[in-house]
Ligand binder design. Sequence first.
Ligand SMILES: Cc1cc2nc3c(=O)[nH]c(=O)nc-3n(C[C@H](O)[C@H](O)[C@H](O)COP(=O)(O)O)c2cc1C
Length: 385
Amino acid sequence: MNLMNKYPRLSDLKKPASKRIPKFVYAYLDSGTGHDHAKDGNRTFLDGIELTPKFMRGRINPDLTTKLGSKTFKAPFGAAPIGLSSLIWPGAESIIGCAAKKYGFPYTLSTVAGESIEMVSRSAGEMAWFQLYAPKDRELMRDLLRRAKGCGYSTLLVTADVPSPSRRERMRIAGAPLGSRGNSAFSSRVIWQSLLRPEWAVRTLFNGGARFRNMEPYAKKNGTMGITKFIGDQLNGSLDWDYLSEIRAQWDGDIYLKGLLHGQDAARAVTLGINGIVVSNHGGRQLDAAPSPLAQLSSIREAVGDGVPLIVDSGIMSGLDVVRALAAGADFALIGRGFMYAVAALGKKGGEHAVTILLEEVCDVMAQLGLKNIDEVKKIRSTGF
Ligand SMILES: Cc1cc2nc3c(=O)[nH]c(=O)nc-3n(C[C@H](O)[C@H](O)[C@H](O)COP(=O)(O)O)c2cc1C
């Protein structure tokens, strides 16, 4: 079967993903919050960005090499952190991590992913980034950072935009256990939905169910509190500016503050020595009235000045969207759900298939626009294409 002919776009993988994983897991992956207005708004904003080509420039062989701060990648995009990714598809972290290492783009491991910092450093190598949800216990934070540093991670994404869990109504309707949001018990509906997806069920069983390998050692030490309660207690709403300064002092690599939408927050982060900002509305999963991050880019750029890397995510589902984001003023793009639909649909082949689609699409769009390299893509805006 030729995967590229069958699934030439990331969006083609949504339906097969929904057929391979239980309904409550798909609801967790796909949903926004409230009525999904913010999630849908991300898509609408991207679709509204038109790019006008210039012709007569000879043969174009696009060079996708991308500089971000002091690092160079082979593509202008990376994989965003996804909590519980091993519940979506067991081993998803290493599947995407391996693709990242092979194709030279960053893979971000979530604090609450299934696989551990140590496991992913082996699959993703130098392409591994770590995402931190700041734990209430600062010694726990220091230990997570020590572990990441010890394994060679050099870039940290600190997530700012989860001051508390959001309601995630679609998850509730699908019968999902809500973890720190509420009832974490497995209902008969969850068991029934799981039995309808036997490959997922067997793989998940062999993987030990919903795992949080980064956090498990600390939860165990803490005694009787269950892991989801422990995580909810530790990770919800601990971050403030003072805490961010302490994280800055503890980490000597690059730090990107993830989830900002306001220029004042971005400017303040930069004054604390934060290296760059991930402008994001968490894929529309936290606040249903949040603006599209792309709509905020110019005010954030104005607030932080030139030279501060701005990464964008939320809604990016194609190479065209990556080019749109760069043309709108971003330096780099992250993709969350897109990689996960691919892995849920195709298992081991999903990581490579997703990146192959994205690379082909970025090259195609650059060629159609007459752009040779990523610097030229980023200049579209200022040169008024
Ligand atoms: C299922 C799921 C889990 C997520 N878990 C995390 C997480 O653990 N940490 C984090 O910083 N962001 C998390 N995010 C947000 C993503 O990192 C990213 O901001 C978002 O997915 C981008 O939007 P997109 O999915 O439309 O590409 C999660 C998103 C999804 C869809």
